[in-house]
Design a protein around this ligand. Structure first.
Ligand SMILES: Nc1ncnc2c1ncn2[C@@H]1O[C@H](COP(=O)(O)OP(=O)(O)OP(=O)(O)O)[C@@H](O)[C@H]1O
Length: 436
């Protein structure tokens, strides 16, 4: 390297450190070599913490979740990947990342990730009812399907019983809304505490008991207790046991079947029993598609009232797509999509296919093009052969879908039948749905 190039280094360094996007570069073996100021802010780390660690040591990533590692392994760029994860301080972060492999003389020497922080934006768009600062009540919950009607009527029974309540459901199914509605129906005047287990550290448990023990009556909602480590679950259990008394209502939520969570060691049995006097299972949206259109109508009406937008409905084609799609992120995913569409709409009355964001169109196109049939795997002289990779991928997808169906979508049983770990099966299913 000549001295002119060397003299440019301080300029490069300055530019990298003052860039408005996070920049993280790793070398061929995954060790961090560049980590700029903005990345430090996004990920809540100090530079000396980054030191000489690999990214797997730095974050609570599963190996397959890190885009930097994926790019190092594949040598292919990954653009516009949305990633939500928890950094080492336990804060939830959402970024949109572009990750590139870097080659020198044709040889891969590392990878660079450029991250835009959208955490604040996500939080804002993901809680529109709270955005309106209207206290959440059962009236705001869309419940047209029989399944959701049962959820609401059971929640109302739990209010009368005044017993702890456990809400079980995938992410985005509305557990938070139900907890808040229960509280507001029972006694809106008393304090409501929502304790976000994703983001808590041991010190927060001491604060929780200090703050709450001074109060006679309150509602405490512990959100996603299954995301706490077992030692912190034990700590929470002890804090809660000390707090139990009349006038205090405890609600918790978990993201998966409790029997499975206990069996795999992610949920402490005693903590489960503490909350399980009443349990309510909120089915995923794909199992109650009757709620999709009513939710869209209620969303558009609310938006029209608030922002004077013109959108009033969706075209037949879009309705058909929405009803065929599986909504792995449940109502939250649908709401997020509607936020995206309505913020781009100008004078339209109806959401048409052309107004759907590209990422969603790609997902549904893939879904409609790849309904794989058993016959697709029969080798016939009149049919072109598929490349082996594609054939194996499609065969795997077909086989997993069948296996899941045979076991009523139960991950543990399907994984057992297929002789693989639950995590491995979940990873393959996520990959199949196109989630990163
Ligand atoms: N039945 C519903 N009616 C109206 N809005 C809903 C309904 N279900 C969910 N939502 C909306 O979807 C979003 C996600 O809901 P919520 O935060 O309650 O999900 P959650 O099950 O608690 O998810 P997580 O487990 O990720 O915390 C919220 O913005 C809420 O407004």
């Amino acid at each position: 390297m000549d001295s002119t190039e060397q003299s440019l280094f301080p300029l490069y360094e300055f530019a990298v450190n003052h860039a408005g996007v996070g920049i993280h570069a790793v070398n061929r073996s995954g060790r961090t070599v560049i980590y700029n100021e903005k990345m430090k802010l996004i990920e809540g780390l100090e530079l000396d913490e980054v030191g000489d660690r690999t990214i797997l040591e730095l974050f609570n990533f599963e190996q397959e979740e890190s885009t930097l590692l994926k790019v190092l392994q594949s040598g292919k760029e990954q653009l516009n990947v949305k990633q939500t994860y928890w950094n080492r301080k336990g804060y939830e972060i959402t970024t949109v990342n572009d990750t590139y492999p870097v080659f020198l003389h044709g040889e891969l020497i590392g990878a660079v990730e450029i991250a835009r922080d959208v955490t604040a934006l996500e939080k804002f768009v993901l809680h529109p009812l709270r955005k309106d600062s209207v206290p959440v009540t059962f009236n705001q919950i869309v419940a047209v399907s029989d399944e959701m009607k049962t959820v609401i009527s059971t929640a109302k029974k739990a209010i009368h019983a005044k017993l702890p309540l456990l809400l079980i459901g995938e992410t985005g199914t509305g557990k938070d809304l139900i907890a808040e509605s229960v509280h507001n129906e029972l006694s809106p005047a008393r304090p409501y505490y929502s304790f976000d287990c994703h983001r808590s550290d041991p010190a927060m448990f001491d604060r929780l008991s200090e703050d709450l023990n001074t109060l006679e009556a309150f509602t405490l909602f512990c959100e996603r207790i299954d995301l706490l480590s077992l030692p912190l679950q034990q700590k929470l259990y002890r804090v809660l046991k000390d707090m139990e008394q009349d006038g205090r209502l405890f609600i918790a939520s978990i993201g998966d079947d409790p029997v499975e969570l206990i069996a795999e060691g992610s949920l402490m049995k005693e903590l489960y029993y503490f909350f399980a006097s009443f349990t309510i299972r909120i089915p995923p949206l794909r199992k109650r598609k009757e709620d999709i259109m009513p939710f869209i109508n209620s969303y558009l009406t609310r938006r029209k009232k608030r922002f004077g937008t013109t959108l009033e409905g969706v075209s037949k084609e879009v309705e058909h797509l929405f009803l065929s799609y599986d909504w792995p992120g449940n109502i939250r995913e649908l709401e997020f999509l509607l936020d995206e569409i309505s913020s781009m709409a100008t004078i339209q009355n109806s959401i048409t296919y052309e107004m759907l964001p590209l990422h969603f169109r790609l997902k549904v196109d893939e879904m409609t093009n790849t309904r794989i049939q058993a016959g697709d795997f029969i080798v016939q002289p009149q049919k072109d052969l598929l490349p082996l990779d594609q054939y194996l991928r499609e065969a795997e997808e077909y086989y997993l879908q069948k296996a899941m169906k045979m076991h009523n979508d139960n991950i543990t049983k399907t994984a057992q039948a297929l002789g693989m770990s639950r995590q491995n099966l979940q990873y393959r299913l996520r990959k199949m749905k196109g989630e990163k």
